[in-house]
Design a protein around this ligand. Structure first.
Ligand SMILES: [Cu+2]
Length: 277
């Protein structure tokens, strides 16, 4: 009897903790062009949730939380394409005293499901002081003057918003652009990773398309340290035939084909030809 009572009390406490959300992060006003927050709430994200440019909420987890758009959908039938974002030579915010360099490459194979990302970043500042670091695909490109604030909020086709942290065990509930949330934060001074993300697309015009958007790296206090636009390195011109690394008409775009790719990128292509075809 006593055990049952204790169990009941604990259950009530647990339920109360789950239902009482921690205070939402305060809205911040943009004070400089290098602020970590957004100047305005971008449409179509009304309300406080998206004033913050990165996930800062550290309250209790809410299992299966999604925005009004529900779960993200797995992106099937992606066309062959490779998009790469190369970080600039200088940080957008240089207050940390280090420059983060490197690139992130996203590639899909023929009729592919999801996108494989290859991430190589280095030059992070002290993790104990500024980290762990997070990175996301943001909904807008970096402006010509390199302003990371211009990238607005995260790519979020389900309108999930920012309040609740992404649960990496349920990536379909996360913002599609929240790569750190789904695949892990950045720790240490260098970071390399490769993973398949099922909820991003190489189909231009798809709400999940990332190829015309940007990557932003934040310190843990949401400051935007650096950012870069994705650009097309290789895009299939058709879907009816299998590509060959030696047939130049298959790949077009900003990268102008395989010959212009770096060895690392060529390795990615080779990987896809092996893995997907
Ligand atoms: Cu971000």
């Amino acid at each position: 009897m006593q055990g049952q009572l204790i169990f009941s009390v604990l259950s009530v406490i647990a339920l109360a903790r789950a239902q009482v959300a921690a205070p939402a992060p305060s809205p911040s006003t943009l004070t400089t062009t290098q602020s970590g927050v957004l100047p305005i709430a971008p449409t179509p994200f009304p309300g406080l949730e998206t004033i913050e440019g990165a996930i800062t909420y550290d309250g209790p987890m809410v299992d299966g939380f999604t925005g009004p758009g529900g779960n993200a959908s797995i992106q099937n039938g992606n066309p062959i394409a490779i998009y790469q974002a190369v970080l600039p030579a200088t940080n957008f915010d240089d207050a940390t005293g280090t420059t983060i360099t490197g690139s992130i490459t996203g590639a899909a194979g023929y009729n592919g499901t999801g996108v494989v990302f290859t991430v190589n970043f280095t030059g992070f500042p002290s993790e104990s002081e500024y980290g762990p670091f997070v990175y996301h695909i943001h909904g807008m490109p970096v402006s010509a003057d390199g302003n990371c604030t211009a990238t607005m909020g995260h790519l979020d086709p389900t309108n999930r918003g920012e309040y609740h942290p992404c649960e990496n065990v349920a990536p379909q509930t996360c913002q599609a652009g929240d790569l750190a949330g789904k695949h892990g934060n950045i720790t240490g001074t260098s970071f390399s990773a490769s993973y398949l993300d099922l909820y991003l697309s190489t189909t231009p015009g798809s709400p999940y398309f990332f190829g015309d958007k940007s990557i932003v790296i934040h310190s843990m206090n949401t400051t935007r340290l650096t950012c870069a636009n994705f650009t097309a390195m290789a895009v299939a011109t058709g879907t009816g035939s299998m590509p060959s690394p030696t047939s130049s008409p298959i790949f077009t775009g900003a990268g102008t084909g395989l010959k212009s790719m770096t060895p690392g990128l060529f390795g990615t292509v080779a990987f896809f030809l092996t893995f997907w075809l």
